[in-house]
Design a protein around this ligand. Structure first.
Ligand SMILES: Cc1cc2nc3c(=O)[nH]c(=O)nc-3n(C[C@H](O)[C@H](O)[C@H](O)COP(=O)(O)O)c2cc1C
Length: 187
């Protein structure tokens, strides 16, 4: 084992499309640096956005944003949203956009899962702003639901890896959480 410097090794991460309203118009950017801040009630999720991004001002202004989950079939459009800036390009024109309860958190019909969030807090860390939002509602297409839960095999999320700079696909399930480890118990 050798030290390789302070390398962030928390990949793969899901590639998401974060939706914001900027200057009264919907905009989407690709975001892989997402986090689960409180798993419980309420649910808090975070997105880490570079302070230079066009999108940030929209979250400050409206206090809302969305986190949309594209499937593999949206790889090109998702990547495009991570290359182009909403300052110059209407990225929302790529999608069939809808709004939920919050009115200013644009979401995407083509994404099988969409979450809308109300801004709870903002942290300034280095070059990034961490927007923490309270999850207000989740919208899921029937095609990715099994017995009331989101089925990640059906969702086919786009996984992002910084080291290879590639999108990856999900593999097969390996074992049951909170269960398989019991096999190491002595009794
Ligand atoms: C796969 C992928 C993941 C990305 N993840 C992030 C991220 O987590 N945080 C971030 O600030 N920018 C991220 N970006 C870059 C932004 O999506 C990109 O700079 C975008 O053009 C900003 O859009 P805007 O100018 O319309 O706000 C990512 C780009 C790609 C292609």
């Amino acid at each position: 084992m050798k030290p390789i410097g302070p390398t962030n090794a928390l990949y793969p991460m899901p590639t998401t499309l974060v939706g914001v309203t900027v200057d009264s118009k919907p905009n989407f950017l690709a975001v892989a640096h997402v986090g689960i801040m409180n798993h419980g009630t309420p649910q808090y999720l975070s997105v880490g956005l570079n302070k230079d991004h066009y999108s940030n001002s929209g979250i400050h202004e409206n206090k809302t944003f969305s986190i949309c989950l594209p499937s593999e079939n949206l790889m090109k459009k998702t990547d495009y949203c991570g290359i182009m800036t909403g300052k110059k390009t209407d990225k929302a024109a790529l999608f069939d956009v809808f709004f939920g309860k919050l009115k200013t958190a644009p979401m995407i019909h083509e994404c099988p899962v969409n979450m809308e969030l109300k801004l709870q807090d903002v942290l300034s860390l280095g070059k990034h702003e961490i927007f923490i939002g309270e999850l207000v509602q989740t919208y899921a297409d029937d095609s990715v639901i099994t017995e009331g839960n989101i089925n990640i095999a059906k969702l086919s999320p786009l996984l992002f890896d910084m080291a290879s700079k590639k999108y990856w696909a999900l593999g097969e399930p390996l074992g049951d959480c909170w269960n398989i480890g019991k096999e190491l118990k002595n009794n």
